[in-house]
Design a protein around this ligand. Sequence first.
Ligand SMILES: *Cc1c(COP(=O)(O)O)cnc(C)c1O
Length: 353
Amino acid sequence: MSFITQWLRSDIQEIQAYHVPKSKNMIKLDAMESPFLVPEDLIEPYLAYLAEAELNRYPDAGAQELQQTLRDLMDIPEGLDILLGNGSDELIQLLALACDTGDTILSVEPSFVMYEMIAKFTRLNYQGVMLDENFEIDLDATLATIKKIQPKLIFISYPNNPTGNAFDREAIKRIIETSDALVVVDEAYYAYAQDSFLEEVSNYSNMVLLRTVSKIGFAGLRLGLLIGNPETVAHLDKLRLPYNINTLTQASANFLLKEKDRIVANAQVIIEERSRLFNELDAIQALTAYPSDANFLLVKTPDANALFEFLKDNGVLIKNFASHPQLTNCVRVTVSNASENNALLQQLKSFYG
Ligand SMILES: *Cc1c(COP(=O)(O)O)cnc(C)c1O
């Protein structure tokens, strides 16, 4: 037996590592990234701005300028405070660290896999509640489970990854109003959705909102934010590691995220492409696309493994849910720009010819 296998927590030995497939030179439609790079005309001034960063110093600990940049970009109301994370994944972990031994995290299924993984890492219990056949919250079952389990934290992805829909707003409000848990509404896809809980945060002491810049063109920055009432944010902030947002991320975000008009215009392109791609997919007899409020589409196929392998062999990477218990034979494709979407469609048409 090796040193590490004797030494490591047995539950961690059994976990499958978060798998990131190889994607060099492929059209990457598996991770909800944006196809838009830093605009040509901004590259020089951006580099000049970065050159002024003092890399010999620790980062601005409170990241005040960055907080203001994000407030302006996302129209965050005055009365709410912001906690920054190295991606919203770090904030999910921070929320889990705020829980006590024996506490339970609850979410719906299928949803974002990190909720359950982070519960495992932090030795918390995890309880999933199945969505109904339309991927909508089963309110009776959810409320009954909440009553029985008394979770400490509830994660609701709005819109939901990987199903793409935004759940019924009233159902989410009922969950917030009837439970003693802190309810985390995860709006990673806010830019592609028609609705938000941002205006509700100040109405509920037991709710916070998560957002990220990963799905709007800046996945490489690793920058997420928790939006909450000032008292909540002040207490949670004690769990944040000092200087968790590095100087290059702060500088890049302070330069690039001030381009609000371009960010909004890019999101609009994706929203229009989403509707075109949906219609084109629907026209392929073998496929059923589910409606989406996010920058991806969940698609039911006759044989997800075969499709996934064919696309991979032809240079297109998507997410395969072939063996997922509730998403049998489904795949998830990121909505990209017209040329990448057309490349996908061309491969799909040749596969299903
Ligand atoms: C992609 C995603 C995240 C992760 O965001 P990062 O800021 O990149 O860590 C969080 N929540 C949901 C629902 C996501 O789909």
